[in-house]
Design a protein around this ligand. Structure first.
Ligand code: ATP
Ligand code: MG
Ligand code: MG
Ligand code: MG
Length: 507
């Protein structure tokens, strides 16, 4: 496959300043080439490092005398933007952002459906923007006269003391990194560089209303929206790679990919010595005639990747780390040239897939809560796979798909005793009946990850009742060590961390 199938950049670290300034050392978990960039605009100077695949990073930055754009990730509604802007046929995503900004100022970011983080330096302002889901995390440290921004917080943690460290209303502070804030999901932070004052503008909020729709209309809409989202994420002509469990979410993505990918498709499943979903995934792979591979990871090796998972996701949520650990192991095993990976990740959040009972009020309570609290978990972070040079993308969290799934009334999500009914019904002609009917099984369950992590903690002497609290402390400690403290995750021995925390708990 050609590298143009990948985004022009995976991430960046940048400094915008009024006077002289220096850029902190470029620390990324993301694997890629580093390109340095220094530009003196009319008012501000910018120093940056882009981390990118070999073919980048010219499409990841655009500038004129007074404005500079840095762009990590990709846009999915390019055609619509190009129509609006009369863009040249070969415009880059950074140029699209620049063109939209000229026309709409910061409202530009309300128009983009993408998986990205962007930094726009113009006049005396720095705009730091995330996509609707905050799926490419973005962090800023707005000191007066000197604004730092990065797609991984570890680069800012290493930057030395903040001058101001004042709070930014509406943005979350990051643990043990004074002055550093995470740009909220679906937001643009408008920062005055001279004072370091920052204002948050929301560009997307999860819808809270629900729509009463007939069965057929609902399933047709879901099918059409998901297909569009998949098509926009496929490589240009190359073979897509779908990480496949044989659950309905990833099987639907695989089926839609297979129906349009003319060059054929690859699928990949992971399992451990403890548990796997190999037979269920095989049924789908055979049905779709994909080139299918299975990786078995030893549980000890899997758990040894806990530090790497925290280091990549920069998340403090122990449940999220358990979901992401098996995927981290899987992505790291994909060798050969960098791939574009499609996942079925995230469908359960708007569809209430984790909710295993019939009562609709409870289901909608869960959906509303989860849609309200995903921000900052970094569950969709591309760094999980860019650590191995691969780009991942999640069709269910496409802006249009996510919006549509969220607003469907609860009775379309849970129906006839089935979870995610509308998705199953929408896909029934493209998948085997047993796949369509298969109940949800979380990636942390199907791989035995949750059970294995719990066992390791009990073996260290923790009581059953303390396991959840120990997990939370372990994740926090791994964050402090690797993300804040700069310790190489390869140097962290997970058994020692667990032993230390269990011993602390006894005192
Ligand atoms: P369901 O939620 O109904 O079980 P699913 O298995 O596709 O469907 P999740 O369990 O939520 O979805 O897992 C999230 C995503 O992670 C999957 O859609 C898939 O892309 C990926 N994934 C999960 N388990 C595996 C696995 N064993 N091998 C490869 N990829 C997996
Ligand atoms: Mg799922
Ligand atoms: Mg992911
Ligand atoms: Mg599953």
């Amino acid at each position: 496959m050609t590298q143009t199938d990948l985004p022009a950049a995976f991430g960046f670290l940048a400094s915008a300043h009024t006077g002289g300034g220096s850029i902190p050392a470029a620390v990324f978990a993301t694997r890629g080439r580093h390109t340095r960039l220094s530009e003196r605009l009319r008012t501000l100077s910018v120093d940056a490092v882009l981390v990118h695949p070999d073919a980048g990073p010219s499409g990841a930055h655009a500038s004129d005398a007074d404005t500079l754009v840095l762009f990590a990730g990709e846009i999915y509604n390019r055609d619509e933007i190009d129509d609006t802007l009369d863009s040249p046929a070969n415009a880059s995503d950074a140029e699209r952002v620049s063109g939209l900004f000229e026309k709409y100022d910061l409202h530009a970011f309300r128009l983009i459906n993408g998986r990205y983080a962007a930094l726009l330096v113009t006049g005396t302002r720095v705009l730091a923007a995330t996509d609707h889901a905050g799926s490419v995390p973005l962090y800023v440290r707005p000191d007066p006269g000197h604004v730092l921004a990065a797609t991984e917080v570890k680069g800012l943690a290493a930057a030395g003391a903040a001058v101001r460290g004042a709070p930014v209303a509406g943005a979350r502070r990051v643990r043990r990194t004074p002055g550093v804030h995470q740009v909220p999901a679906g937001a643009v932070l408008d920062i005055r560089v001279d004072t370091g004052e920052a204002t948050v503008h929301r560009t997307w909020v999860p819808p809270v209303h629900r729509l009463l729709t007939g069965e057929n209309e609902a399933l047709n809409n879901v099918r059409a929206a998901l297909e569009r989202a998949v098509v926009r994420r496929l490589p240009d002509g190359g073979r897509p790679l779908v990480v496949l469990s044989g659950g309905i979410d990833s099987s639907a993505v695989a089926a839609l990919s297979a129906s349009v990918a003319t060059a054929g498709m690859d699928t990949l499943s992971m399992g451990t010595d403890v548990a796997d979903e190999f037979p269920q995934a095989r049924v789908v792979a055979e049905h779709l005639a994909s080139r299918h591979r299975e990786f078995t990871v030893d549980t000890r090796d899997l758990l040894a990747l806990l530090p790497h998972t925290v280091y990549a996701a920069e998340s403090l949520d122990p449940a999220v780390i358990e979901y992401l650990l098996p995927l981290t192991a899987l992505y790291r095993r994909i060798d050969g040239p960098p791939r574009r990976i499609l996942t079925g990740y995230g469908a359960d959040i708007p569809l209430g897939g984790m909710h295993r009972e019939d009562r609709l009020p409870n289901l909608d309570t869960v959906v509303a809560f989860d849609m309200d609290t995903f921000d900052g978990l970094n569950e969709m972070s591309p760094v999980l796979s860019t650590v191995a040079g691969h780009w991942s993308t999640h069709p269910y969290w496409d802006r249009e798909v996510l919006e549509l799934l969220t607003v469907l009334e609860a009775g379309l999500k849970r129906r006839y005793g089935r979870d995610k009914w509308v998705l199953r019904a929408a896909m029934s002609d493209l998948l085997p009946a047993e796949t369509v009917a298969r109940p949800k099984l979380g990636v942390h369950e199907g791989s035995g990850t949750t059970a294995s992590f719990s066992l390791l903690i009990r073996q260290a002497g923790a009581a059953e009742d303390d396991v959840a609290a120990v997990k939370a402390r372990v994740v926090q400690e791994l964050f402090d060590l690797t993300v804040v403290g700069g310790v190489d995750p390869d140097e962290v021995v997970i058994e020692e961390i667990i032993g230390k925390i269990v011993a602390e708990g006894r005192r």
